[in-house]
Ligand binder design. Structure first.
Ligand code: GUN
Ligand code: FE
Length: 460
């Protein structure tokens, strides 16, 4: 009952393959291959439904999910600093540049200690799986062993992930105790992690992938950025970094390079298909064009942006331009590891942008003009299929060819926080209730690639 590989499940739930459009299904038949891929999805009324149902029943492959439980795609968290988990919910009251120097770099430096790394990373991967994050895009630290351990733990625990060795060699911005010794050392550690992940005997299906990770332009010398761009190309590897996050960071790059983060990253070859740029709050219109042209994507981190950015990401404008966007928790810039909170903050921060905040101004002066609102349908898409498209993986929707990465919501869990009033709901409103009120206790089970990875299988 645990694993769904080779099974056909009958389930009810929701997904959002297209931004803004919710598809609900009731008693759909989802056939899952021995590799964990979705082979077919049939709704009651489809011509193949009855035949598929009786065939699955006939050879004992049918699994009925319990009535009342709701299947959703697993979440794709595009931006996580794995080593920062121990400071989740602390040090949120200082600006980014102070937070990095006084809190974050000292914490990340501790990952030279492998026992500390194991304790923290085990807890993180378990907690994220239990929170419904089936694909995680991680920054590690500068340390070889701890980075390998993080990748190993994702493989062992079965979380789909990208794991990057953080590269940071600029003595002007990085402390002596937490800095790559040299460009060569940073490159060697980056290729070492790529080889470790790609050559891992238990990672033949590529569940975990490497990602080239210059921390952000201020942390890196130009020579290192040049080499990392070349290395990503040579190894055909994803890349990730921070981009135009705060006034300070955005201004720093303009002062140092005479151009925006986006333009500068592009000339280093660091904008590639599937590149994840965290934040992007200060992107110029032209930057968005460049990101789109390169098929790179923005990780919108609304909760972290409240604490560390000096603006709200113009999400609607980015979507209207056709940019790829997904959501991130930015652990620990944001104080929650749950993508439910990213969805909620995506909706609420867009609403604040729309309505403004200064009560001393009249309504017309207080509010941002134009179409900036994001609703739960769009946010749900971004947290699932949108994130999958951003990294170029077939995850986040229930469709043939997609991975069966899913979470099962138990809306009636006593210790949970969903309180349903079905007689009041119409259409997709129950999904809205789930997105805004669910907590970890409402996540009964989690599957990655058809394998049961979290929750109590008997509670399915
Ligand atoms: N910019 C460079 N490093 C970081 C980090 O760890 N978190 C955030 N939010 N921004 C950064
Ligand atoms: Fe970050």
């Amino acid at each position: 009952m645990k694993d769904f590989r080779g099974k056909t499940i009958r389930a009810s739930g929701f997904h959002a393959p297209v931004c803004g459009e919710i598809v609900s299904f009731a008693d759909a038949l989802i056939a899952i291959s021995n590799d964990g891929l979705i082979e077919s999805v049939y709704q009651a009324g489809d011509s193949a439904y009855d035949q598929t149902l009786s065939a699955a029943k006939g050879d004992g492959r049918l699994i009925d999910l319990p009535a009342g439980k709701i299947l959703l795609p697993g979440f794709v968290d595009l931006h996580i600093h794995a080593p920062q988990y121990p400071q989740l919910g602390t040090a949120l009251d200082v600006p980014l540049e102070i937070w990095l120097q006084n809190h974050t770099f000292p914490l990340e430096a501790r990952y030279a200690d492998l026992a500390f790394a194991r304790r923290s990373y085990s807890m993180l991967v378990d907690d994220l799986l239990a929170s419904g994050t089936t694909t995680a895009v991680y920054y590690g630290t500068i340390h070889d062993e701890a980075n390998r351990l993080l990748a190993d733990l994702c493989i062992e625990k079965g979380q789909r992930a990208f794991v990057g060795k953080v590269a940071m060699d600029n003595p002007a911005e990085c402390p002596d105790y937490y800095r790559d010794e040299s460009i060569d050392a940073a490159l060697k550690a980056t290729t070492g992690l790529i080889d470790h992940i790609r050559g891992h005997p238990d990672n033949e299906d590529g569940l975990v992938r490497p990602i080239v990770t210059p921390r952000f332009i201020p942390s890196c010398t130009d020579d290192l950025l040049t080499e990392l761009g070349a290395l990503a190309k040579e190894h055909d590897c994803h890349t990730q970094t921070h981009c135009s996050e705060s006034d300070w960071e955005h201004g720093y790059v303009i002062d140092r390079h005479g151009m925006s983060d986006t333009e500068s990253l592009d000339r280093f070859g660091l904008l590639r298909a599937g590149t994840i740029l965290a934040h992007g709050n200060f992107l110029f219109s032209n930057d968005m064009e460049v990101i789109k042209m390169r098929q790179s994507a923005v990780a919108h981190c609304p909760l972290s942006n409240i604490y560390f950015s000096d603006a709200v990401f113009p999400l609607k404008a980015a979507l209207q331009k056709g940019l790829r966007v997904g959501l991130g928790t930015d652990i620990s810039g944001g104080p929650s590891c749950s993508m439910f909170d990213s969805v909620r903050s995506t909706v609420s921060s867009a609403r604040q942008l729309e309505r403004g905040t200064d009560p001393s101004l009249s309504r017309d002066k207080r509010s941002t003009q134009g179409d900036v609102r994001i609703d739960f349908r769009e946010a749900f898409h971004l947290a699932t299929a949108g994130g999958g498209a951003a990294v170029g993986l077939p995850v986040g929707a229930f469709a043939p060819g997609y991975q069966f990465d899913a979470i099962l919501i138990d809306p009636e869990a006593k210790s949970g926080t969903i309180r349903l009033w079905p007689e009041l709901y119409e259409g997709d409103q129950i999904l809205q209730t789930i997105l805004f009120t669910a907590s970890r206790a409402n996540i009964a089970s989690v599957w990655v690639g058809g394998k049961h990875r979290s929750g109590d299988p008997d509670r399915q």
